[in-house]
Design a protein around this ligand. Structure first.
Ligand code: ASP
Ligand code: MG
Length: 412
C-alpha cells in the first residue's frame, strides 16, 4: 500500500465528463489499496478568464490581495465538484481549500512561497479511509489572507503536499503524456523519455518546456520525491522524473528545447571599466526584470558592448530602462530585437563528453544558422538565433544528437 498524490491539470477537469473520469481513476487507485490525495487546478481556461476580469475592473495592476481572492476561486470549484463525483462512486472523500489544509505561505501575493503545511486534517481524512481533494495554487499567509503561488502553481502545491506527507510518488496528469526529447509538433521523430533526472527536468522547464512548473521540480529534487508525468486520457506509462542514479539510460542529449518568449537588448559602446555592468543591470533587477543570457564583448579600444535577453513580457520596460541607463553612462546606443529564439540542448552525459558544443555549432553552421549569443552550464548549451530558424535548428539538433528510437547511450 502506497501513498499517492495525483495532480490533475485544467484540461483534465475541463467539464463534467472529464471530472467524472478523473473520479473513476482516483477511486480505482484507492480501491487498489492506496492512500490517495488529489490536487486539482481550475477548469481549463477558468483562471485566464478570472485574470481577464481582474484586468477589466482592476486596471493593469489590480490590487494583489483582491486578485488572489478572485483567481483562487477556480480551484475551489473543482475540489467541490470532484469530491461530489468521487462520493457518487461510493468512495468517501472531502475537499480542502488552501486555508483548510494549512497551506501557509509568505505574504507575497500572486507569487507566494510555501512556508509550511499542516497535514493533520489530510491525515485524518486518509485514516478514515477517505480521499483528500485539495485545491492547488492557493494558500494563506500568517494574517489569514488568501495567496496564490503564481501561474502553473498547482504543480507546486501537489509536490509540496506530497513531500510533507512523505508520499511514495506524485503523479502529474495532464494532456501531455510525458517528457519528450523535443516538441513532437516540431519534431515528429521525438520520443517519450522513460526517465529523466531532476537536474535535466529543471533545465528543460527553465528553458521553455512547459510540462511542469520549475518550482515543483526544485521541491521534488530537494526531497527526492519521484514524479510521474503522465496522461489523464489513458493508462500508458509516462515519464519518471527522479534521482540521477536511477536514470539508467544516461543520454548525452536528452532534450532539445526552444523558447520564443525572450527578446534581446544591446547596450553599445560603453566604457570598459569597473561598475558599468552593475549600472546596467541594477535598475533592471530593481524593476523585477529577470535577465537571462548575458554577453560582454572583449574591448579593443576601451569600449565594449553588453548584450542580454529578457522575457518578452518585460521587453518594453527593459528597453526603456536600459535606454535611460545607456544615456547616463554614455553608451553609443541601445537597441532591442524581439525577433529571436533561444534553442538549447540538455543532457547529463554532457558532463563527461567533450566536443558537444563544437558538434552543436557545426550542426547549426551546416544549416547556415547564425549564432548571436551562447550560454552554457554543466548540462546544457543554449544559443540565441534569429526566430525564423528556430524550428529548423531544433530539428537539425534533434537529428544530430538524438537518433530516432535509439538515442545514444552514455559510455561508462
Ligand atoms: N489555475 C492556475 C493557473 O492556471 C494554477 C494551475 O493550473 O496550476 O495558472
Ligand atoms: Mg499547469
Amino acid at each position: 500500500m502506497a501513498l499517492i498524490v495525483q495532480k490533475f491539470g485544467g484540461t483534465s477537469v475541463a467539464d463534467a465528463d472529464r471530472i467524472r473520469s478523473v473520479a473513476r481513476r482516483v477511486v480505482a487507485t484507492r480501491e487498489a489499496g492506496n492512500d490517495v490525495v488529489v490536487c486539482v487546478s481550475a477548469m481549463a481556461g477558468e483562471t485566464d478568464k478570472l485574470v481577464g476580469l481582474a484586468r477589466e475592473l482592476g486596471g493593469d495592476q489590480p490590487t494583489p490581495r483582491e486578485y488572489d481572492v478572485l483567481v483562487s476561486t477556480g480551484e475551489q470549484v473543482t475540489i467541490a465538484l470532484l469530491t461530489m463525483a468521487i462520493r457518487q462512486l461510493g468512495q468517501r472523500a472531502s475537499s480542502f481549500t488552501g486555508a483548510q489544509m494549512g497551506m501557509r505561505t509568505d505574504a507575497s501575493h500572486m507569487r507566494a512561497r510555501i512556508e509550511s503545511i499542516d497535514t493533520e486534517g489530510l491525515r485524518a481524512e486518509l485514516d478514515a479511509g477517505g480521499v483528500a481533494v485539495i485545491a492547488g495554487f492557493q494558500g494563506i499567509d500568517e494574517a489569514g489572507n488568501i495567496t496564490t503561488l503564481g501561474r502553473g502553481g498547482s504543480d507546486t502545491s501537489a509536490v509540496a503536499v506530497a513531500c510533507a506527507l512523505k508520499a511514495d510518488v506524485c503523479e502529474i496528469y495532464s494532456d501531455v503524456d510525458g517528457v519528450y526529447t523535443a516538441d513532437p509538433r516540431w519534431v515528429p521523430s521525438a520520443r517519450k523519455l522513460e526517465k529523466i533526472s531532476y537536474e535535466e527536468m529543471l533545465e528543460m522547464a527553465s528553458l521553455g518546456a512547459k510540462v511542469l512548473q520549475i518550482r515543483s521540480v526544485k521541491f521534488a529534487m530537494r526531497y527526492g520525491l519521484p514524479l510521474h508525468v503522465r496522461s489523464s486520457f489513458d493508462d500508458s506509462e509516462g515519464t519518471w522524473v527522479t534521482r540521477e542514479e536511477e536514470v539508467m539510460e544516461r543520454l548525452v542529449v536528452s532534450g532539445v528545447t526552444y523558447n520564443l518568449d525572450e527578446s534581446k537588448i544591446r547596450v553599445r559602446g560603453v566604457k570598459d571599466q569597473p561598475g558599468i555592468a552593475a549600472s546596467v543591470f541594477t535598475p533592471l533587477s530593481a524593476a523585477g526584470i529577470v535577465v537571462d543570457v548575458i554577453i560582454q564583448n572583449l574591448s579593443s579600444d576601451g569600449s565594449t558592448d553588453l548584450t542580454f535577453t529578457v522575457p518578452k513580457a518585460d521587453y518594453a520596460r527593459a528597453l526603456e530602462i536600459s535606454s535611460e541607463t545607456g544615456a547616463r553612462v554614455g553608451a553609443e546606443g541601445v537597441e532591442g530585437d524581439e525577433d529571436i529564439a533561444k534553442v538549447s540542448i540538455v543532457g547529463l552525459g554532457m558532463r563527461d563528453h567533450a566536443g558537444v558544443a563544437t558538434k552543436m555549432f557545426n550542426v547549426l553552421a551546416d544549416e547556415r544558422i547564425n549564432i548571436q549569443l551562447i550560454n552554457t552550464s554543466e548540462i546544457k548549451i543554449s544559443v540565441v538565433i534569429e526566430r525564423k530558424y528556430a524550428e529548423l535548428a531544433v530539428r537539425a539538433l534533434h537529428a544530430a544528437f538524438v537518433p530516432a528510437g535509439a538515442a545514444e547511450p552514455r559510455e561508462e
